[in-house]
Design a protein around this ligand. Structure first.
Ligand code: NAD
Ligand code: DAU
Length: 356
């Protein structure tokens, strides 16, 4: 049994689907608070399996996390749950500190007590895989070398500062208690089931709706893109073979300016969903820049490649095309996200469960 947090989110959801798509058949419990970003629709294809369990719980809830760990007795925890959107962290930083710092602390603490009492060999085999971000390293100038595992932490947004805080706690639990952790710090993900607040789904869905494609600032900020399925594969490698106490930066060597990304999406849409007049690129609109907007992220994935044999299966071109086609072919998921219908089910379901 493995325990996943945040498995109803974008990357966690893809991870859970990939887990059950594989040949092995290990049960999984998904612990998710179902914030606006948690969407059980993503998991509808596996939700009835008898080796899948779901717990609607906040990772900061001490009693519930203790109960869940004791009940399911996981051999590993894969920790995705977080507030993840930089723009939201600028308007509501408190939520980021509560979940990313306090929530991670609570999860570590409850897991450490459980692990402490495990008999061998379960104790030596236990793993806590912490999923983090390259944003903890701050921002790069054009000619700086890419981030690697020894790059100093210089987080610039409340989001990245809260993730840096969680990374530091994870590190301290290894050094102080010998708690068996592995951390991954990944670059920007894209792919199916991403909530339409992040650049790529915003641009695809706005383009199709005839709305402006909002580019912050001058559009020259650079991100290093990795297809979500490749990130999930990297996490599985780190979970299986990552060295204890180590961090692994994860990326696909796909640095693109935001303008390049947006133009690539428009080119694919022009081909697969042509409009009568003109290109989707005509909808590009420059808007006010994000405060403290990091200029460039880039990853040097040499360690995870050489130590764990990580090799992405997608190039940016194949992954982006798959992603655009996914958004074109999954209207129901998109409509329920855009109308908020996916949350109504949760409200009704849990109101019934409480007898309301
Ligand atoms: P997401 O926002 O799509 O999903 C987050 C999930 O966590 C949601 O299901 C949400 O309901 C859940 N959650 C939030 N607060 C919770 C709480 N207090 N208790 C329990 N569940 C809670 O995020 P994502 O993009 O899938 O990112 C997942 C992880 O990967 C995060 O830790 C993020 O920092 C990291 N990461 C993301 C990217 C990226 O490009 N999206 C890249 C690198 C690392
Ligand atoms: O680098 C990893 C990080 O990538 C993750 O840790 C975060 O959880 C994830 O949200 C992502 O952060 P970014 O801020 O890089 O992603 P976002 O999609 O919000 O923005 C990508 C770039 O596009 C960034 O330079 C801001 C810009 N942008 C974004 C949006 C939403 C726009 O120009 N217009 C937009 O509407």
């Amino acid at each position: 049994m493995i325990l996943v947090t945040g498995g109803a989110g974008f990357i966690g959801g893809n991870f859970v689907l990939q887990w059950f798509a594989g040949e092995h058949n290990e049960p999984l419990v998904n612990v998710d608070k179902l914030t606006y970003a948690g969407n059980l629709d993503t998991l509808s294809s596996i939700s009835e399996r008898d080796d899948y369990f779901f717990e609607k719980v906040d990772i900061a809830d001490e009693a519930e996390i203790k109960r869940i760990i004791a009940q399911y007795q996981p051999r590993a925890i894969v920790h995705f749950a977080a507030e993840s959107h930089v723009d939201r962290s600028i308007t509501d930083p408190g939520a980021f500190v509560r979940t990313n710092v306090v929530g991670t602390f609570n999860l570590l603490e409850q897991a450490r007590h459980y692990w402490n009492d495990l008999p061998e060999p379960q104790k030596s085999e236990f793993r806590f895989l912490h999923v983090s971000t390259d944003e903890v390293y701050g921002t790069l100038e054009t000619n700086d070398p890419a981030f690697c595992e020894t790059t100093p932490y210089q987080p610039n947004s409340p989001y990245s500062a809260s993730k840096a805080g969680s990374d530091m706690l994870v590190r301290a639990y290894y050094h102080t208690y010998g708690f068996p952790v592995v951390t991954t710090n990944c670059s920007n993900n894209y792919g199916p089931y991403q909530f339409p607040e992040k650049l790529i789904p915003v641009v695809i869905l706005n383009a199709l709706a005839g709305k402006p494609l909002p580019i912050y600032g001058n559009g020259q900020n650079i991100r290093d893109w990795l297809y979500v399925g490749d990130h999930c594969a990297a996490i599985r490698l780190a979970l299986a073979n990552g060295r204890l106490g180590e961090t692994y930066v994860v990326g696909g060597i796909n640095e693109k300016t935001n303008m390049e990304v947006v133009h690539s999406i428009c080119t694919i849409l022009d081909e697969v969903r042509p409009r009568d007049a003109g290109s989707y690129a005509e909808q590009i609109t420059f808007v006010k820049d994000r405060p403290g907007h990091d200029a460039r992220y880039a990853i040097n994935p040499e360690k995870i490649q050489t130590e764990l044999g990580f090799k992405p299966a997608h190039t940016f071109e194949t992954g982006l095309r798959e992603t655009v086609l996914w958004y074109l072919n999954n209207n129901e998921w998109i409509t329920r996200v855009q109308t908020g219908e996916y949350t109504q089910w949760v409200d009704q379901h849990y109101a019934q469960a409480r007898g309301v």
